[in-house]
Design a protein around this ligand. Structure first.
Ligand code: GUN
Ligand code: ZN
Length: 446
């Protein structure tokens, strides 16, 4: 039994988005038993009731729920920062050559260590991860997240056309490999789950998408994720590859892949019909603002998503996205809406926290388990501990309200300000997160 003493900021499950209400408890006590929050109140009250408990003092700073990344690519950690290219050129020149290197399981193991360290160091405790085109690489990803203790939903990335030969599969092989991976790693009551993951319908034919549907059906509780409407050239190419589809989303929908367990990344250029279908089906969209800016993909039409009742969460989209920090993604989401003028949705710091925590948890079907620090939820948490004298520290000391303090966190906090990360009450120990194993073997070109 442990009591965590901290200033706790989170968003309750019934809080709307946007216009979320921040729940702020200064000098709170959060009592955790077997990884679950059992009490939350004034520190002195909780302490008095449980004088024998261990106390972990997380002052100064802020305690937030663990952050939830709904779109991030495992093989791309080493190519973050390939700037100056639109999507299809960036895939050809940066992402796909690096992804081909994961054919080597030794290389994949090193990349998995880099990747999981990146997530944990940024305070991300739950993620929906694009795996690799190579099944052994997906195994080593799951091994590493299990060793470190994060909550990860991931799967084999599949394509059967329009990519380099080494990254292609067949419908039969994709089904067989996905089934074996799911058998090993799909544990809905634990921390790892399987995600059916066609890369995008640009690189997937109808038979492969049918095989994806079969995996989704045959693995109860599995999730579905892919890309959607990211870039005009990509959208036009999908249109010519699927001449009878009503729109990009229909290429998935006609294979039964659009539903409440689906998460589509980007959706920067949707039609109203697609938004209507997303809203009606309960599918979620992962908004990846730094990636959208880095690749020049466009400004995310949040207002139109909300008008159609589409659920939206946040994704870092590493490595087109420029880092693992969901605090930075929240700030970028805010910037984009500011730039949209009258079409933009003004977001508050509480809205950004909603996007980065409980919206993400709900999009992944984990809203009962994580997303805030309410009684009954797992103690998945991130402690922002400002470095003395740095602008974040100065800002926190001069904040006049919890809302202001939270805005400072989104504006100023970086992974260097993270003092601790917990999943189900287990502290993610820095010494369990492997150091960069090899210097000098970065991918060429990006
Ligand atoms: N569409 C297909 N693959 C990718 C990818 O790796 N990154 C992004 N941003 N979009 C994609
Ligand atoms: Zn992506």
């Amino acid at each position: 039994m442990t009591i965590y003493r901290a200033t706790v900021l989170d968003i309750t499950d019934d809080s709307p988005f946007p216009a979320a209400a921040l729940r702020a408890d200064e000098d709170a006590g959060v009592r955790v038993v077997d990884g679950v929050v059992t009490e939350r109140g004034a520190y002195t009250t909780v302490r008095t009731a449980h004088p024998g408990d261990a106390v972990v003092d997380l002052r100064p700073g802020l305690l937030l729920p663990g952050l939830v990344d709904t779109h991030v690519h495992f093989p791309q950690v080493r190519i973050i920062g390939g700037l100056g290219m639109p999507l299809l050129q960036w895939l050809d020149e940066c992402a796909l050559p690096e992804e081909a290197r994961l054919a080597s399981v030794d290389y994949a193991r090193d990349v998995a260590a880099d990747f999981v360290r990146g997530l944990a160091a940024a305070g991300t405790t739950t993620a929906l991860v694009f795996g690799s085109h190579f099944a052994p690489a997906v195994d080593v990803l799951f091994e590493e997240v299990t060793r470190v203790g994060l909550r990860v939903t991931a799967g084999l990335v599949v394509s059967d056309r329009s990519l380099p030969e080494a990254l292609l599969t067949t419908p039969e092989r994709s089904y067989a490999e996905a089934s074996l991976l799911a058998e090993r790693w799909h544990r809905p009551d634990a921390r790892t789950r399987y995600a059916v993951t066609p890369r995008f319908s640009y690189s997937a034919g109808d038979d492969l998408l049918d095989a994806c549907h079969r995996v989704l059906k045959d693995v109860p509780g599995s999730w579905f994720t892919s890309h959607l409407n990211e870039n005009p050239a990509e959208i036009a190419a999908v249109g010519s590859r699927f001449p009878t589809a009503h729109h990009y989303l229909d290429t998935y929908d006609r294979h039964g892949l659009v539903g409440a367990t689906s998460v589509f990344a980007h959706n920067v250029h949707p039609t109203d019909d697609e938004l209507e279908l997303l809203g009606r089906s309960g599918a979620a969209v992962s908004h990846c603002p730094s990636s959208n800016s880095a690749l020049g993909s466009g400004l995310f039409p949040l207002r139109r998503h909300l008008d159609h009742g589409v659920r939206v969460a946040l994704g870092s989209d590493v490595g087109a996205g420029t880092g693992f920090s969901l605090l930075k993604e929240g700030l970028q989401a805010y910037f984009v809406q500011q730039l949209l003028d009258e079409d933009g949705t003004s977001l508050t710091a509480a809205d950004l926290l909603h996007l980065a925590t409980c919206s993400g948890a709900a999009a992944l079907g984990l809203g009962e388990v994580v997303g805030n620090l309410s009684v009954g939820k797992a103690f998945d948490a991130v402690w922002l501990r400002p470095r003395a004298g740095e602008p974040f520290d100065v800002g926190l000391r001069h904040a006049t309200s919890p809302e202001q303090a939270l805005a400072k966190a989104f504006a100023l906090a970086t992974p260097a300000d993270i003092g601790g990360v917990w999943v189900a009450g287990d502290r993610i120990r820095a010494d369990r997160v492997k150091a960069d194993p090899v210097a000098g073997d970065l991918a060429a070109g990006c």
